[in-house]
Design a protein around this ligand. Structure first.
Ligand code: MEV
Length: 418
């Protein structure tokens, strides 16, 4: 596959980068103004969102380049404070595009709502609930005209029995197709809406009525092939597989391995206003689904010795509702991303998670991560020392060579004209 039409993005000025993004995503003048104005929300808007507001708070917005996912080119906004993450994602995507990029697929956006019932005769309650499924679903769906119109909404009722220290309880679960929304609100509304009917049917008492964040019915999965030569040769490919097997077998390593995956997932999710806590909670629970915490990705070699990466992870995300409709920068980021559905968004985020994991373990399995980190750190230090743009590379390189990275040294190098 040819180089990305947006290659050498990092070498451009801010204006140049915005211009590439503008023409790629067909941004309007107003969108560009939002990007240039650092596009936050006003105090008044923030004050409506949460409580006790005293201001707003900004983060770097970077663009990951080179991504081809299911044959489509993407520029991917990432909001993150950690250096190297955006560069690492872009580099991984560049290597992956040689063999066609990322092949991803996503489940339908099913959320799970739970209604807890206590003081109940479970044995007789379960068949009664299942028999009344249609009535329960009808009532649930009456709570969302939007989903009903799209033929989405609550689709199935299931029951489970829990033996607990506070007695045997029934949990009634609603499986809800939430379409292009993340769906927490509608799920909670439906659960609360059907609770009185469940009480009437079971003769029990409902306590909690709430979405489950263990989003096992909205998984994204996919793979990419990383060419062995571009990865750095057979030895590094083999080391990456050793690194994977370390994570696959040791929870202490797996948590760090998955933290690398999350660097990518959460940075993209941040840029488009997703509930990142929901993604994190679901992902880590999913990593333990077989009884022991393990890697969210898998790595192996194909018959040609190329590295093959796979990921499977819950992705409760949406492109409508919540902050998405209110925050100007999120609206522009979504436009840059160009996704048309929550499922497409899930595919993009999953691909970035896999890319990020590839770059992290490739660095760890070869030169280590500190060299790359130091390079960016030195650049950041040079910038904060007031080094002009055209001298940043030179000053940063000298500080690394001398193993002396500090604002004082950056100023000295600049002033001495060395
Ligand atoms: C750092 O933010 C993430 C890594 O620790 C991930 C990993 O160790 O795989 C580099």
């Amino acid at each position: 596959m040819a180089d990305s039409p947006t290659s050498r993005f990092h070498e451009k000025s801010r204006e140049g980068r915005i211009d590439v993004v503008r023409s790629f995503a067909r941004l309007s003048k107003e969108d560009v103004e939002i990007l240039k104005s650092n596009g936050g929300i006003s105090f008044a808007e923030a004050d409506h969102m949460v409580e006790n507001v005293i201001g707003t708070f900004s983060f770097p917005l970077g663009i990951a380049t080179n991504f081809v996912i299911n044959g489509k080119e993407y520029l991917i906004p990432m909001v993150i404070e950690e250096s190297s993450v955006v560069a690492a994602a872009s580099k991984a995507a560049k290597i992956a595009r040689k063999h066609g990029g990322f092949t991803m697929e996503s489940d339908e956006s099913y959320s799970i709502g739970q209604i807890q019932v206590v003081d109940v005769n479970i044995k007789s309650a379960i068949p009664k609930v299942l028999k009344a499924s249609k009535r329960i679903l009808k009532l649930a769906n009456s709570k969302s005209k939007t989903l009903s119109k799209m033929n989405k909404g609550a689709k199935k009722v299931t029951c489970k029995k829990l033996e607990t220290k506070s007695g045997t309880m029934l949990v009634v679960e609603l499986l809800i197709d939430v379409g292009d929304a993340m769906g927490a609100n509608v799920t909670n509304t439906m659960c609360e809406g059907v609770a009185p009917l469940i009480e009437e049917i079971t003769g029990g008492r409902t306590v909690l009525k709430i979405l489950s964040n263990y989003s096992t019915k909205r998984l994204v999965r996919g793979r990419a092939i990383f060419d062995k030569e571009e990865v750095g040769g057979k030895q590094i490919v083999d080391n990456i597989i050793h690194a994977y097997n370390f994570a696959a077998n040791d929870p202490y390593r797996a948590v760090t391995h998955n933290k690398g995956v999350m660097n990518g997932i959460i940075a993209v999710a941040n840029s488009i206003g997703q509930d990142t806590r929901a993604i994190e909670a679901a992902s880590h629970a999913f990593a333990s689904k077989d009884g022991r915490y393990t890697s969210l990705t898998r790595w192996k070699k194909d018959k040609n010795g190329n590295l093959v990466g796979e990921i499977e992870v819950p992705m409760p995300v949406g492109i409508v509702g919540g902050i998405i409709n209110v925050h100007p920068m999120i609206r522009v980021c979504l436009k840059i991303l160009g996704v048309k559905s929550a499922k497409e968004l899930a595919c993009v985020i999953g691909a970035v998670g896999l890319a990020q994991n590839f770059s992290a373990i490739r660095a760890l399995a070869s030169e280590g991560i500190q060299r790359g980190h130091m390079r960016l750190h030195a650049k950041n230090i040079a910038i904060s020392a007031g080094v002009p743009r055209d001298k940043i590379h030179e000053v940063a390189s000298k500080m690394i060579q001398e193993n002396n990275v500090s604002v004082t040294r950056a100023k000295e190098i600049l002033n001495s004209g060395d």
